[in-house]
Design a protein around this ligand. Structure first.
Ligand SMILES: Nc1ncnc2c1ncn2[C@@H]1O[C@H](COP(=O)(O)OP(=O)(O)OP(=O)(O)O)[C@@H](O)[C@H]1O
Length: 348
């Protein structure tokens, strides 16, 4: 990120035994996704930014101003909660007008601003509807309009797709992306869905155990994950090891041959579709060949994902026809191979 950050925060929070310690910087018009497993500290980070969770250390700066001790209602922040928390007894218009009203705008001014925002979200004809009369996607847009109504500089989105059914998610996600592109403040989005992070964010911070373990563009995180969690999310096999030329000795046992020579501690990644399975030991070209055992087999899109244990443990994607031909079942031994050219190797 270049230039001055809209959000510059160091969040140190203690909750019982749990400790969050994370640095966040988000530029103007940028979306940062906090992606991580349950209990990683994503919501704690969002709550700390909003002022709902006290910091034991660190700071929150927005546009260069220190907001660390600013009360929740006076922070230049808009929040969209997971289940939107719209006021059920108010119309969409009054839900959106609520924030500006609280900040001192007259009723007419607040309503005019709310109407404009709803209009911009394609919700003009739903302005009088109560939340329960809205679809999930519409309710999300009202919640977003409400968060934007106070003209925040920092927008916080907590699992914005979680309340939606799978069928509407794709459209709503695309719509949310367009709206976030129009927002010139900073956005922090919490999710445990990699697809949300990939589609909505300019940058992803992978949070595990209260720490940011990796940060980068979605493409970079997807291609070069740095932890087994991140690798699983994007569906890659990932190993840490020590390279000596084109051979990598893996930390947990086994070896992988890679295409380019490296030296020292590295990560090696390759997709499950790069793994071929064989009944007989394969011959020929410079490839990796391992004798492994089938752990489990699951349907994965139009492919079958075979989980293998051994050194190294792998996931392999093969076609249902190939599975039938191999006649594999859990507990059986199988040969697995990967071409050296398919194994991406990078410094750890
Ligand atoms: N009310 C609480 N009191 C004490 N500790 C808490 C409380 N809520 C959460 N924690 C601790 O904080 C940690 C982080 O929780 P947090 O909700 O921030 O994780 P998360 O990444 O948002 O997970 P999820 O995806 O499940 O929402 C948890 O592991 C838990 O140990």
């Amino acid at each position: 990120m270049t230039g001055e950050a809209v959000l510059d925060a160091r969040l140190c929070v203690r909750r019982g035994d749990f400790e969050l310690d994370a640095d966040l910087r988000v530029g103007s018009g940028q979306v940062l996704a906090l992606l991580g497993p349950n209990g990683a500290g994503k919501s704690t980070a969002l709550r700390a930014l909003a002022g709902l969770e006290p910091l034991s250390g660190g700071h929150v700066r927005v546009d260069g101003r220190d907001e660390t001790t600013t009360p929740v209602e006076r922070r230049p922040i808009g929040v969209v909660f997971q289940d939107y928390l719209l006021f059920p007894h108010m119309s969409a218009l009054d839900n959106v007008a609520f924030g500006p009203r609280c900040r001192g705008l007259s009723k007419a001014e607040a309503r005019a601003r709310a109407a404009e925002l709803l209009d911009g979200m394609g919700l003009a004809e739903h302005a009088r509807a109560r939340p329960r009369q809205l679809s999930g996607g519409q309710a999300q847009r009202v919640a977003l309009a409400r968060a934007l109504a106070a003209r925040p500089r920092l927008l916080l989105l907590d699992e914005p797709m979680a309340a939606l059914d799978a069928g509407t998610r794709v459209d709503v996600r695309a719509g949310l992306r367009r709206r976030l592109e129009e927002f010139d403040g900073a956005t922090v989005l919490v999710t445990h869905d990699p697809l949300d992070a990939m589609v909505l964010a300019d940058r992803i911070a992978v949070v595990e155990g209260g720490r940011i373990v990796q940060q980068g563009t979605p493409a970079k995180v997807a291609r070069r994950p740095r932890t087994p969690y991140a690798a699983r999310l994007v569906g890659l096999n990932l190993f840490r090891g020590t390279a000596e030329g084109t051979e990598v000795r893996l930390a947990d046992g086994g070896r992988v041959r890679v295409h380019e020579a490296h030296r020292g501690t590295v990560l090696v990644a390759f997709p499950p579709r790069a793994v071929a399975l064989h009944r007989e030991r394969p011959q020929g070209s410079p490839r990796n060949v391992w004798r492994l055992r089938v752990d489990s087999v699951e349907r994965f899109g139009d492919q079958v994902r075979v989980h293998l244990s051994g050194q190294p443990p792998l996931a392999a994607d093969i076609s249902p026809a190939a599975l039938a031909e191999l006649g594999l079942s859990p507990g059986e031994a199988v040969w697995a191979s990967v071409k050296a050219a398919e194994a991406d190797c990078y410094p750890a």
